[in-house]
Ligand binder design. Structure first.
Ligand code: PGA
Length: 252
C-alpha cells in the first residue's frame, strides 16, 4: 500500500518562537490523537529548520526544507545547500514549487539539478508540479504536467524515483480558496500515475505517493483523500495552525 502523507508548507511565515510553538503543539496533538498510518511533515523556512527539528524530536513529525540550491557549496550568497539541510536533521526537501518557478525563475532543468543534489545528500524529495489557469483553460494541463515530470524526473534511476513524492498543485488553486474538485484532482492524479508508469514502470507508479495541494483544508480534505489516486496533501495556509493541520491529518 502507498504511504499516506500530509505535508505542511509554511512558506515565508513564523518567527522562531512561533515555529517552535506550532511544532510542539502539533507534536502534542499527535501524541493525544496519533495518526500511525500517515507520514506527517512540516516545512519551515530554512533558518528555522534546526529549531523545528529539535522541537519535534522524539515524535512522529518529519521536517522538510522548502528549497535547496542546485550547487553543492561555494560562492552562492543567500543559498542553502542540501548538505546543510541534511546536517540539521531535516529529511525532506520540497522542490519545484510554483512560487519558486514563478518568482525565482526556476525551470524544470534547475529543479532536476536540485533533485540530484538532494539525493546526493540523502534527502527525500517532494516534487511539485501543476498547471496555471491559462494552461487549464487552453486544455493544456495534462501536457504541461507531463513535461514537468519528464524534464525534472525523467533522468532519475528506479532507485531514486522511489524517494520522490509527487505533489500536484494547480497554480490556480494555491492560496486562492479555490480547490480543484475531487473529480478534477483524481483525473490529474491518475494521469500523473500513468505517466510515471510510462516513464519508469507500473510498480513504481503504484508505489509513488501523489499529494494534492491548493487550498486543501479540513473541510475538503476527506473528500479529496478518499479518491483512489490521492495519497495525501501538501498544505499551505491550513498548515500554519496546529489544530487545522491536525484535523487534515485525521482526514483519511
Ligand atoms: P495553500 O498552499 O494550501 O495555501 O493553497 C499550498 C501550497 O502552495 O503548497
Amino acid at each position: 500500500m502507498r504511504k499516506h502523507i500530509v505535508a505542511g508548507n509554511w512558506k515565508l511565515n513564523k518567527n522562531l518562537a512561533e515555529a517552535q510553538d506550532l511544532a510542539r503543539s502539533l507534536t502534542s496533538l499527535l501524541a493525544d490523537q496519533p495518526a500511525p498510518n500517515v507520514t506527517v511533515i512540516v516545512g519551515p523556512p530554512a533558518v528555522l529548520l534546526h529549531p523545528v527539528v529539535e522541537a519535534t524530536s522524539g515524535g512522529p513529525v518529519q521536517v522538510a526544507a522548502q528549497n535547496c540550491s542546485e550547487h553543492k557549496s561555494g560562492a552562492y550568497t543567500g543559498e542553502t545547500a542540501a548538505s546543510m539541510i541534511q546536517s540539521v536533521g531535516a529529511g525532506y526537501v520540497i522542490l519545484g514549487h510554483s512560487e519558486r518557478r514563478q518568482y525565482y525563475g526556476e525551470t524544470n532543468a534547475t529543479v532536476a539539478d536540485k533533485i540530484d543534489r538532494a539525493f546526493e545528500f540523502g534527502l527525500q524529495v517532494i516534487f511539485c508540479c501543476g498547471e496555471t489557469l491559462e494552461e487549464r483553460k487552453a486544455e493544456r494541463h495534462f501536457e504541461v504536467v507531463k513535461t514537468q515530470l519528464i524534464e525534472a524526473l525523467g533522468h532519475l534511476s528506479n532507485t531514486d524515483i522511489a524517494r520522490v513524492v509527487v505533489a500536484y498543485e494547480p497554480v490556480w488553486a494555491i492560496g486562492t480558496g479555490e480547490t480543484a474538485s475531487p473529480a478534477q484532482a483524481q483525473e490529474m492524479h491518475a494521469h500523473l500515475r500513468s505517466e510515471l508508469a510510462a516513464q519508469f514502470n507500473q510498480d513504481i507508479a503504484n508505489a509513488t505517493s501523489i499529494l494534492y495541494g491548493g487550498s486543501c483544508k479540513a473541510a475538503n480534505a476527506q473528500e479529496l483523500f478518499a479518491c483512489p489516486d490521492i495519497d495525501g496533501g501538501l498544505i499551505g495556509g491550513a498548515s500554519l495552525n496546529a489544530n487545522d493541520f491536525h484535523a487534515i491529518i485525521q482526514s483519511f
